[in-house]
Design a protein around this ligand. Structure first.
Ligand code: F6R
Length: 366
């Protein structure tokens, strides 16, 4: 069932051209420039009126939630808190009965996430889910929700579920923003058109997998790695680091690029690969200076850049060019090279990528 791929993880990375289409199906309609999310249609008015949204998840799903925070705050101008389910549930959180609590989970069975939504329900909040496994416990315990429809994810490291979660969050934030009037018709339609272009763009990144494999080989013996990004790409840096550590056992940390000088910069030397998500957006100039700071300390910079970028190409040790997209959609493209890099490094290290040590696909105990 691996369809000729060596591992489920690789198969699932490559499936993202299709899984994202499955997430769109019947929901993104470029011809009429419309979006539909049947599962939450009835609660859209509540989302429009919401004073705040609490997003809850663990691991990769929490990273998707972080992207969701940027999306909802930008498009729908509503304050968002992103919470680790385990911390949220045990710290006597303040939950208002007009809060919207949005739980994100691939498996729909994560014990902490389930417990957190039960707490939110007791407090009278409206609880929504974004889950992949149909009929799992979380969707059964929420008021409404949206399935990601990414298809079964077998590899323990989450890949296509993440892009599907981010896609759903993007659609939700766009819908709420548009209904609310905080996202203009023009911007709304522009994002619908661009969403429809993503599968092709993902394909063009996957077409570079041989080159990505080659550069990954250079970092097989690293003992540490740093991942940097700003804005929408900060959560992608966190996700890149998590992917590398969980399957290759290389210690990796993700940071917002500007935080580097508040500590992690002390770690940089000629042994340290620094993976930077540095596509063209409003913080481009800033990330260019962060790259210079890394190079000044002899770190190795591997940068994901927008096609045609020459500035970073002149500074970085390696660049991976990806197609241009809208800033808010960039996580869906920039994460792909990070997934591939972790995969290739782990395989070259001889690791069991589909079943990394100590990890389970579904964490049903706390
Ligand atoms: C990372 C990974 C885990 C899960 C986390 C949440 O690749 O697989 O960090 O993301 O255990 O799982 P779900 O989304 O099933 O709640």
């Amino acid at each position: 069932e691996k369809n000729g791929y060596e591992h489920f993880m690789l198969k699932e990375i490559f499936e993202q051209t299709q899984s994202i289409k499955d997430t769109f199906r019947g929901r993104v309609v470029p011809a009429s420039k419309e979006l539909f999310l049947g599962g939450i249609n009835e609660v859209i008015p509540k989302l429009v009126e919401a004073r705040r949204i609490l997003i809850i998840g663990c691991g990769t799903s929490w990273h998707a939630g972080m992207v969701g925070e940027y999306l909802f705050e930008e498009f729908a101008r509503v304050p968002v808190e992103v919470e680790y389910a385990s911390e949220f549930r045990y710290r006597n959180p303040v939950i208002y009965n007009d809060d919207i609590v949005l739980a994100i989970s691939q498996s729909g069975e994560t014990a902490d996430t389930l417990a957190a939504i039960n707490l939110a329900k007791e407090a009278g909040a409206t609880v929504l889910g974004i889950c992949n496994v149909v009929g799992s416990s979380i969707p059964r315990n929420t008021d409404a929700g949206v399935y990601t429809h990414a298809g079964p994810e077998i590899g323990v490291a989450s890949t296509k579920a993440f892009t599907a979660q981010v896609t759903v969050l993007t659609m939700m934030a766009m819908l709420v923003g548009y209904r609310k009037g905080t996202l203009s018709k023009e911007e709304y339609e522009k994002h619908i058109d661009e969403l429809a272009c993503l599968p092709e763009k993902i394909k063009s990144i996957l077409d570079k997998s041989e080159a990505i494999k080659e550069l990954s080989a250079k970092y097989v013996d690293s003992t540490n790695a740093l991942y940097l990004g700003r804005g929408y790409l900060f959560p992608v840096a966190l996700e890149g680091a998590l992917k590398l550590k969980e399957i290759s056992y290389i210690h990796a940390e993700g940071y917002p690029a500007a935080e580097m000088k508040h500590g992690p910069i002390a770690l940089i030397d000629e042994q340290m690969p620094v993976f930077v998500a540095a596509t063209k957006d409003k913080s481009y100039e800033k990330i260019v200076s962060n790259i210079q700071e890394v190079k000044a300390r002899k770190g190795h910079v591997i940068a994901i850049v927008t096609e045609g970028d020459t500035v970073i190409k002149g500074m970085a040790d390696h660049v991976i060019e990806i197609p241009e997209t809208l800033e808010a959609l960039a996580p869906l493209l920039t994460v792909i090279p990070f997934q591939l890099i972790s995969y290739y490094i782990a395989v070259l290290r001889g690791c069991n990528v589909d079943q990394p040590r100590n990890l389970a696909k579904s964490v049903t105990v706390e």
